[in-house]
Structure formats: C-alpha cells, structure tokens
Design a protein around this ligand. Structure first.
Ligand SMILES: [Zn+2]
Length: 288
C-alpha cells in the first residue's frame, strides 16, 4: 500500500507542478506524506459537499482540479467555508491535492478529456507549449468532428455527451453553418479568441463566455460558439485522471481504489427559459 508522498509523486509526474501558471496554486493543500492511501476521490471543485462525499466513501486522498485557496489566507477557521473544508478533511485523515493549469496543458490534459467526451479527434493543441518537442502539450485542443454537422445538429450533439447541468449548452451562430473542425477548451475560454480565429476552425466550445468577447468574435467572423457549463467541460478530466492513476496503481501493485465524484458542483442550479411574450417589440414611431 503506497503512502501519500508516493501517490503525489506519481501525480506530479502526470501533471508537473512547475508547468502551472505563475498565478496558480497547485499541489498538496493538506495531508500527511507518510499516511497510507487506499482510496482516492477525483472531483472538479473542493467544496463542502465533495469533502463530505470523500468522508462518506472513506477516501484517504481527494484530488481536485480547482484550487481551494488561490490566494494567501490567514485563517483556516471552521467558521469560514474554506476552513470548514480543511477541518472536514483533516479530521477524517483525508489529503487534498490540486492539479489545475498543470493539468490543463498536460498530455493528456483537461481538453483531451473534453474532446474524448465529445468523440472528437484531437489534431493538435490550440496554444502549443513551445517546450514540448512532440507538439502535444498546450492549452485547448483543435479537433475534427466524427462527421460534418450543422451547428443546429452539433449543439444538441455536444449537450447529449457532456454531463448534464442546469445550463446545458448555449449556442451562437448560423444554425445552418457546417461544422467540421472545432477548438475546445475546458473551463473559461474567452481569452483564447485570437488563437481560435488564427486556427481557422468552424466552432469554439468552451465555458464562461462573456457578452463582449462573444459578441466581438461573432461579428468578426462566422465562428460558431458553444458555451457549456464550466463544471461540465472539466468533469471529463476526472475520469481521465482516475484511469491514469488506476494504470499507475496496477503497474506498482498498489491496489488503489479510485472514484470519480458524480456530484454536480456547477454553481448554476436551475435554468428558466425566456417567455416569447416578453420579447421587446419595436414600437418606434407608433402612436402612443
Ligand atoms: Zn476550471
């Protein structure tokens, strides 16, 4: 049975912490390096319901994509919601380890898992890591659809393959546009529009697209946009990561039990469709 430091070393080999962005906070948040690890839970968000789930299944290690603390803190008091997570984990001998932007750009990384969930063929990274001689690491992925589809078909296709959320998938663009190639990026992707345009793809699937970047992108070119829930675009990585650790565990004879949380931790919990009767009508010039 491995100890935490051995499991963390294996995870650091998959997602080297030095490849994380300088603003990021990756690595081990809490945990005893000498504690034995039998059960590992993978999840996107280190929120209380995930900490509680880790306790419930008897996990010794929780691996999340998002950091618990991105900036410094002066308290882990249980009266704060993050401190409550820390207390829950430490009281139950559960370590927390974070792989964030170092997992985004890895080979395979978060966007490979997203492409896999969508049955897309990965061609290359959207923003290649210049230090990777093989040209496989980097941010986002440029992919080919299994067969060309209209945007009207590709939207429901993506929504049906991503884990279900209240948001679903928002779509921008000409519904009749044929989509052959798509750039995908797990998480917030609206800083990548220049790279997406330079790649010359038919569509961009990501999360958290804001009004102005999306509006400008669709005005500049016929690029189609698909905006999924942030959690949904990154959750496939949890399954990929668990499979990677399973493979390592088999190789070392560790006999680890890995679990992937099915708890939806996207913060948006409901969606109310607009009522067509509230569509503004153009009454300019009409007599009042
Ligand atoms: Zn994210």
């Amino acid at each position: 049975m491995p100890v935490l430091s051995e499991v963390i070393a294996a995870l650091d080999a998959l997602w080297p912490p030095e490849r994380a962005e300088s603003w990021d906070a990756v690595g081990t948040v809490c945990g005893d390096p000498d504690a034995e690890v039998r059960r590992v839970l993978f999840a996107v968000d280190p929120v209380q319901e995930i900490a509680d789930e880790a306790v419930r299944i008897g996990a010794d290690l929780l691996v999340t994509h998002h950091p618990l603390y991105l900036r410094g803190t002066t308290t882990v008091a249980a009266g704060t919601f993050k401190g409550r997570v820390v207390h829950t984990l430490i009281k139950n001998d559960i370590a927390l380890h974070v792989a964030h932007t170092n997992a985004d750009t890895a080979d395979p990384g978060v966007s490979d898992a997203l492409a896999g969930a969508l049955d897309l063929r990965v061609l290359r990274p959207l923003v290649p890591d210049a230090t990777d001689a093989h040209g496989r690491r980097g941010l986002g992925r440029i992919c080919e659809l299994p067969h060309p589809m209209t945007l009207a078909e590709f939207g429901p296709y993506a929504a049906a393959r991503l884990p279900a959320t209240a948001q679903g998938v928002r779509i921008a663009g000409d519904p009749d546009r044929t989509i052959r190639t798509v750039a995908v990026s797990g998480g917030s992707g609206d800083s990548l529009f220049d790279d997406v345009r330079a790649a010359g793809v038919d569509a961009f699937l990501t999360a958290d697209l804001r009004h102005h970047p999306a509006s400008e992108a669709t005005q500049k070119s016929p690029l189609a946009l698909l905006d999924a829930a942030h959690w949904a675009t990154e959750w496939p990585w949890c399954e990929q990561a668990a499979a990677q650790l399973d493979e390592i565990s088999d190789r070392h004879g560790w006999n680890l039990r890995t679990h992937v949380s099915r708890t939806v931790t996207d913060p948006w919990t409901a969606h109310a469709a607009s009522d067509a009767r509230t569509t503004p009508t153009n009454t300019s010039g009409a007599p009042r």
